[in-house]
Design a protein around this ligand. Structure first.
Ligand SMILES: [Zn+2]
Length: 137
């Protein structure tokens, strides 16, 4: 009798340990992938295939695919932040919005050109703001 009681305690103890491991494992896993830490909900959504577009739009979607971290730090001045809830220029290329918006396309291409020339990210952001921001909108 005493032995089976010990066995039951051991099983209960093991079950608690397993649950604790699962709980903390899931917590750590979730924290590592937390979208809020990476720039808001849906941050891991990929951008659309550049092959869907031609000309400047194709270039812009290619930039988005190759430099998502760059565009994620840029603001889009086409008004899509208010109209579509976009948080950054990268969001414009997660859907078809960037394919028919000359401002999004221009910003992405300009950003990559400056980036390749070695311009610091904060200066690229300022340059885009000066070029694309419109007070009357
Ligand atoms: Zn936009």
């Amino acid at each position: 009798m005493a032995k089976s009681r010990t066995t039951r305690l051991l099983i209960a103890g093991a079950a608690v340990a397993v649950l604790a491991v699962i709980y903390f494992g899931a917590y750590a896993w979730h924290a590592g992938l937390d979208p809020a830490a990476a720039g808001g909900p849906g941050h891991n959504v990929v951008t659309l295939d550049p092959g869907l577009y031609k000309g400047p739009a194709h270039e812009a979607y290619r930039v988005a695919r190759e430099h998502p971290e760059l565009l994620a730090q840029m603001h889009c001045y086409c008004g899509c932040d208010r109209l579509h809830g976009h948080n950054s220029l990268l969001d414009c290329f997660r859907d078809t919005h960037g394919g028919h918006c000359a401002i999004c396309v221009g910003e992405a291409i300009d950003a990559e050109r400056m980036y390749k020339a070695g311009t610091p990210v904060d200066q690229i952001r300022d340059a885009l703001r000066q070029r694309y921001y419109r007070h009357e909108s």
